[in-house]
Design a protein around this ligand. Structure first.
Ligand SMILES: Cc1ncc(COP(=O)(O)O)c(C=O)c1O
Length: 130
């Protein structure tokens, strides 16, 4: 599996209404056209043989994708895990911190709601100051 990165991303790479200036790729981000086309190809492939795809090919494909990502970020595939979304990944990191009373959790005022709640939760639980 090869991965080609095309930088910088320009507006033409998105399917967005050209009259719209779209800034929120955090909540409901638009997908770049090449990614959109690729995932549609995978969806069609899945629809051709769902049981075969999910039952027999899925694990191998996910392993290949992880290996490709590992090569891209210069690490071993074993160092990477899939998470359902950014919020889950950040909660895993937050839970791995050993926070103590007197510690401080510093965030910006651009943090999104789920992470505000995560830090408040960990602050209350550990006695750290948010
Ligand atoms: C601004 C912003 N960034 C990031 C996220 C993360 O979303 P997710 O955990 O679904 O990937 C959200 C979700 O609402 C968001 O609003």
């Amino acid at each position: 599996m090869t991965f080609t990165y095309q930088a910088p991303l320009s507006k033409e790479l998105f399917l967005l209404d050209p009259d719209v200036v779209f800034l929120n790729h955090g909540s409901f981000g638009a997908t770049p056209r090449p990614v959109f086309e690729k995932y549609q190809r995978w969806q069609r492939e899945l629809e051709r043989q769902p049981v075969e795809f999910l039952g027999r090919r899925f694990n191998g494909l996910m392993h290949a994708a992880r290996a490709a990502l590992a090569a891209f970020v210069h690490t071993e595939a074993g160092n990477l895990v899939y998470v359902p979304n950014a919020t889950t990944g950040l909660n895993i990191v937050a839970r791995s911190l050993r926070l103590n009373p007197g510690d401080e959790i510093l965030a910006t005022d651009h943090e999104y709601g789920a992470l505000d709640r995560t830090w408040r939760f960990h602050g209350l639980k550990s006695g750290a100051l948010v």
